[in-house]
Write a protein that binds this ligand. Sequence first.
Ligand code: SAM
Length: 481
Amino acid sequence: MYDKKSLKAEEFINHEEVLRTLNWAEENKNNLELINEILDKARPTRVGRDTFCKGLSHEEASLLLACEDKGILEKIYDLAEEIKESFYGKRIVIFAPLYLSNYCVNGCIYCPYHNQNKHIPRKELTQEEVKAEVIALQDMGHKRLAIEAGEDPVNNPIEYILECIDTIYSIKHKNGAIRRVNVNIAATTVENYRKLKEAGIGTYILFQETYHKESYEKLHPTGPKHNYAYHTEAMDRAMEGGIDDVGLGVLFGLERYKYEFAALLMHAEHLEAVHGVGPHTISVPRVKKADDIDPTTFDNGIDDETFAKIVALTRIAVPYTGIIISTRETQAVREKLLKLGVSQVSGASRTSVGGYTEEERPTETEQFDVSDQRTLDEVVRWLMERDHIPSFCTACYREGRTGERFMSLCKTGQIQNCCQPNALITLKEFLMDYASEETKKIGEKFLQEELKKIQGVNEAVYKALINNLKEIENGKRDFRF
Ligand code: SAM
């Protein structure tokens, strides 16, 4: 039976409830009156100086997804843009993945790291190699990483992951520093999540891949990841272990997108109901070509239009949850999705173990083909040219603004008062330390324009910010609001 407060996977992601939701959505998809009512309810409302958004239930969001009316689609896009603007402003947070090891005991049939793949070279970074990769990432200007590894209790046990996190945080090269390490490793025990928390991680990210249990078991035929309940209940264990920022995701293309979308929102509702805080982020990867993987063998690929609609509806349904888009997507797709609700992008990613220290992009151990292959400098410039503020900010997590505390600040729009200036501070650092001449020129002009917008609106913030920017020019680093 469906129970969002249950701790059992099959009760909070209840198959019958997903099917009931999809049937109801299909039956009502032409009820434009109801659909317009739902859209109205989801609009941001102002109470005094604060802005609130109610979000959407999995049923409401599924109904909007089912609706094929062109006028409604326009309204969905407009509302997603409005919500994005209200809660995130123009900021886009930038990060890079760091692949530690591709040893894996699982048999995931969409991933080239599956253990039946005997020709892919297996590699695990030594601590010296981690150091070299981190220096290469710092030299580009990165401040946030998402570490990635296959699941292999012998070759990459939790102790190895913890040692790598320690190494990453310890490296201070020139003005560089990795200030937030997010972790994307296989589902594990409460005890291990506690150790990750103690190691100072930011978000724990785990993609569900698919919420459809039967498909999940077929797609993960062997290895510990085969266990649907253990995987689906991982975020509850992570939260029990003290991690309060967790990141969900579905690998789109494996199962029918309407099923995944309803279930993903049910997962978010479950976390909110049980832990009082929803997911910190949602990632929306699509299956890509990789070593021995052909994405066309999966029947459920989605086109760019459907993908954009999913992102926009995610923005509307969970307004306080960050949305992450990776370099699996092309520049053009990323550009469209930024407006519709994406708040974080990866940049200059290399998805192979040890890829950042190679002169040429290595492809033989890549986890998937990277579509957006631009440098970080190009990504930063592109964002500014499209009127987004590139941000390397890590302040919330370092100031203890995580989990429930982050959400309640975010819900009242307060986070804007620190996020906008922090974004500008970290952009200034990037311009001073890593930008090309051209990016620096565009960036300084862009910064001045943004400063003008703060002046007169929030004089105290403006003055402090001007001070910080001057200090950065004088060689100091790491200011934050
Ligand atoms: N091994 C960890 C686990 O089992 O959750 C996570 C690390 S894995 C490097 C990160 C994610 O890459 C996976 O969760 C999966 O969604 C995604 N991935 C795997 N194969 C992919 C492919 N061919 N195309 C796009 N994404 C893929």
